[in-house]
Design a protein around this ligand. Structure first.
Ligand SMILES: [Zn+2]
Length: 245
C-alpha cells in the first residue's frame, strides 16, 4: 500500500478496489460503504427509541431498496452472473443517462443537463415498469433472489425468497442473521428484547418488491424477528389495499 496508490482484492467473483488517495472503495466499479454492524445497531436503536417503528428507517430503507433494484436490473448483474438482456431502448436510455450523469459528476450544473438527466431517469423507470410486466413469473422470481444473494456480500445476512405470488403482488422473505438484529445485546440495553427491530430491512425489501411487481402500493412488514428467538427474521409483502380489507 502506498498513499497515492490502490489496493485490490477479491470478494467472491467480484473485485474490490480501494483508492488509497481518496479513500473510495468500490466493488466491480460501483462505490460501496462498509460499516460495523454494531454502529448501525446503535444508530437504529437511538432513532427507534424516539420514533414509531414505521418511522424514518423504513422510508430510508425503501428508497435504498428501490435504487438498488433499479441499478441491479440496469447493470445486468455482472456480479451474480445473471442472464438478463435489457431491451434495446432501455440500454440506449441507460447509456444516455450515464453520459449525462458523468457530465454532472465532472461539475456541470447546466440546467439543461440537469433537467435532461431527471427526464431520462423517469423515462428509464417507466421503461423498466413496462419491461418487468412483460417478463414471466419465474424470471422475476429469479431476479429477486439474485438481488437478495448480492446482499450477502454486504454482510446483511442471508435472504431467501420463500413465497412469491405475482398474481396478488405478495411475497415472503426470510433473512438469516439480519445485520440489524445481530448485536442483540445492544437492543437489550435499549429494552427492545421482544420487538421487531428490522424495520429498515422491511422497507428496503419493500423497495425491491415495488420495483419488481411494478406496484407502488406494496407494503412490507417484519412478522418475526430473531430478537424473539431463533435465527430468522421473516418479512411479508402485500399491497396496502389487501391489508385494509
Ligand atoms: Zn429482525
Amino acid at each position: 500500500m502506498n498513499p497515492n496508490g490502490s489496493i485490490n482484492g477479491n470478494l467472491g467473483n467480484a473485485t474490490l478496489h480501494l483508492d488509497t488517495s481518496d479513500g473510495v472503495l468500490s466493488l466491480d466499479g460501483r462505490e460501496i460503504v462498509l460499516m460495523r454492524v454494531k454502529l448501525i445497531a446503535r444508530l437504529f436503536a437511538d432513532i427507534m427509541r424516539n420514533l414509531p417503528l414505521s418511522g424514518i428507517p423504513h422510508n430510508v430503507g425503501r428508497m435504498l431498496g428501490e435504487d438498488y433494484a433499479v441499478d441491479w436490473l440496469l447493470m445486468k448483474t455482472p456480479i451474480t452472473g445473471g442472464t438478463f438482456e435489457l431491451p434495446t431502448d432501455l440500454r440506449r436510455h441507460t447509456a444516455e443517462y450515464e453520459r449525462l450523469e458523468d457530465q454532472i459528476d465532472r461539475g456541470s450544473l447546466d440546467p439543461a443537463i440537469l433537467s435532461a438527466e431527471k427526464r431520462m431517469a423517469e423515462t428509464i423507470r417507466e421503461g423498466l415498469r413496462h419491461w418487468l410486466i412483460s417478463l414471466p413469473d419465474a424470471t422475476l422470481q429469479r431476479a429477486w433472489q439474485g438481488m437478495l444473494d448480492l446482499d450477502i456480500f454486504g454482510g446483511w445476512g442471508r435472504a431467501k425468497l420463500i413465497d412469491f405470488r405475482r398474481a396478488d403482488s405478495s411475497a415472503r422473505i426470510d433473512v438469516t442473521a439480519s445485520f440489524i438484529a445481530r448485536p442483540a445485546h445492544i437492543w437489550y440495553q435499549h429494552g427492545m428484547d421482544q420487538q421487531h427491530v428490522c424495520d429498515f430491512l422491511a422497507g428496503y425489501l419493500e423497495g425491491e418488491a415495488r420495483v419488481l411487481f411494478a406496484n407502488e402500493e406494496i407494503a412490507g412488514s417484519e412478522q418475526q424477528c430473531r430478537l424473539e428467538g431463533g435465527d430468522v427474521c421473516s418479512f411479508a409483502f402485500r399491497p396496502v389495499t389487501s391489508l385494509m380489507r
